[in-house]
Write a protein that binds this ligand. Structure first.
Ligand SMILES: O=C(O)[C@@H]1C=C(O)[C@@H](O)[C@H](O)C1
Length: 151
């Protein structure tokens, strides 16, 4: 009987303001709406859904996934563009990492075109608003199931 997959969905700074923060860019869904979408897309997997404005706390949670999660979906928000420490934490993982963005940073300001997270990500989903998270969950489930069947 395969164990129930555990997917961590971690969210970086200012995502607690979703719904009121630049809705023309990030949409009108709240973070609670996004969490509900993730849980509805989970197909029975366990979703651990968290948000923090603190870089060190986000890094602590990424480190936690090393032994507690089958896959990580990460929206690093602004820290994606700045944090080598976050990249170093991701490079310590052996689980799939899906980088997720509500907007399409590659179509925005130059400074958003690259993230350090992409250097450690298995794949990236961006530009679909809250639906980006659903797509990331489906991709993570596929990767976890492929790993389980080839183990
Ligand atoms: O689209 C998003 O989810 C990302 C969210 C943020 O807060 C920005 O700093 C990133 O540049 C984009």
């Amino acid at each position: 009987m395969p164990e129930t997959p555990v997917l961590y969905v971690l969210n970086g700074p200012n995502l607690n303001l979703l719904g009121v923060r630049e809705p023309h860019i990030y949409g009108r869904e709240t973070l609670a709406d996004v969490q509900a979408l993730c849980e509805a897309a989970a197909e029975g997997a366990t979703i651990v859904f968290r948000q923090t404005n603190r870089e060190g706390e986000l890094i602590d949670w990424v480190q936690e996934t090393r032994t507690a999660a089958h896959a990580l979906i990460l929206n690093p928000a602004g820290y994606g563009h700045t944090s080598i420490a976050l990249l170093d934490a991701l490079k310590a993982l052996t689980i799939p990492v899906i980088e997720c963005h509500l907007s399409n940073p590659a179509a925005r300001e130059e400074f958003r075109h690259k993230t350090f997270v992409s250097l450690a990500a298995t794949g990236v989903v961006s530009g679909f608003g809250a639906h980006s998270y659903e797509l990331a969950i489906k991709a993570a489930l596929r990767l976890v199931r492929e790993r389980s069947s080839s183990a």
